[in-house]
Design a protein around this ligand. Structure first.
Ligand code: DON
Length: 331
């Protein structure tokens, strides 16, 4: 345990924390060997499996960044949090919760089987593919670009610039994603989709292909940690109730069938994507002894080597280590 300083928000402390994080990143980089990059979307297979980077941004502005900090990568499933928030803001929370549930599925993120086996009344949650595709069908707009516009706007309000679409990744996913098309047809048959399937799938593939950095993820995490407030601008950009539901979903469903373990060993609302990104939102905590980032922080991680559940393998271990060392758990 890091101990011995009364005030964690000083320049000296930042240097100290930086040294720790540099050591931990170097250590956990070795664990990238235990995973593989996603290859079912061909463009993602080009990532370097040895990459590992982290960015931690605190409420006071204190920032600790380490490892491969300058990589760009696509949001993938992290976009599902954003699209659900936008859909709630556009259509209302109760409208959305009538159409997508908030229960963990306990199955893989791209499972179709559970929809049929359990004869569900609505997809389990908006963070699995079936739920996110359903959300994409509800977003207002006739074209995929119209549906994506409020997603881009919210991201811009969170990260401070308008992120770009990675067209190569979008086309690669569009041309290879038979599984998502199958999920889409199943949702169409069962009456869950509210609009045209092709526009809906195009919306989904594009939202997954929005390009970000770990600093962007840390800023997104900061907004969620602060219940929808952008601390830098002082603007409330997501209604508090919606930001809270988003964090509940991240904690209970954000790591798919590894969510229970993540909540147990890390204890932070977080969401992963198959490109290797993880966003984590650490709310302010009350602690008896001084700890880093007790007033909350956002964390962005990039590590494209994935474990069996589709989450960054070294990224999760690094987060677990930091959460334990700095007592970041919300519990
Ligand atoms: O639909 C897919 O399969 C991908 N575009 C997103 C999946 C994903 O990121 C799952 N996350 N860990």
């Amino acid at each position: 345990m890091v101990q011995g300083m009364a005030n964690w928000n000083t320049g000296q402390t930042q240097k100290w924390l930086q040294q720790y994080v540099d050591d931990w990143v170097a250590f956990y980089r070795k664990r990238t060997n235990d995973g593989d990059v996603a290859s079912y979307i061909p463009a993602l297979a080009q990532a370097d499996p040895d990459d590992l980077g982290i960015s931690i941004i605190g409420k006071s502005g204190m920032t600790v960044r380490s490892g491969d900090t300058d990589m760009s990568f696509t949001l993938q499933s992290i976009s599902k949090v954003i699209s659900f928030i936008v859909a709630c803001m556009e259509c209302g929370v109760s409208y959305m919760l009538d159409r997508v549930d908030v229960e963990p599925s306990g199955e893989a993120f791209n499972s179709i089987m559970h929809l049929e086996m359990q004869q569900v009344e609505k997809p389990f949650n908006p963070l699995i593919n079936a739920g996110a595709i359903t959300v994409g069908s509800i977003l207002p707009g006739k074209t995929s670009d119209q549906r994506l516009e409020p997603i881009f706007q919210l991201l811009e309000n969170m990260v401070g610039y308008r992120p770009k679409l990675n067209v190569d990744v979008y086309e690669s996913e569009r041309d290879s994603s038979m599984r998502n098309r199958a999920i889409g047809y199943y949702l169409l048959e069962t009456g869950f989709l509210e609009s045209d399937l092709n526009v809906t799938l195009e919306t989904y593939f594009k939202q997954c292909s929005i390009e970000v950095t770990i600093d962007d993820l840390a800023n997104i995490g900061m907004v969620l940690a602060n219940d929808g407030m952008n601390i830098k601008t002082g603007e409330a950009i997501i209604p508090r109730q919606i930001a809270r539901i988003a964090k509940v979903l991240m904690l209970t469903c954000g790591m798919y069938d590894a969510s229970g373990k993540f909540a147990t060993y890390v204890g932070i609302p977080a969401k992963s994507g198959v490109s290797g990104g993880i966003v984590a939102a650490v709310p302010p905590r009350v602690r008896d002894e001084p700890m880093p980032f007790t007033d909350g922080c956002g964390i962005g991680v990039y590590g494209p080597a994935l474990g069996d559940e589709g989450n960054s393998i070294a990224g999760i271990r690094l987060l677990r280590h930091i959460a334990n060392q700095w007592d970041l758990s919300i519990f």
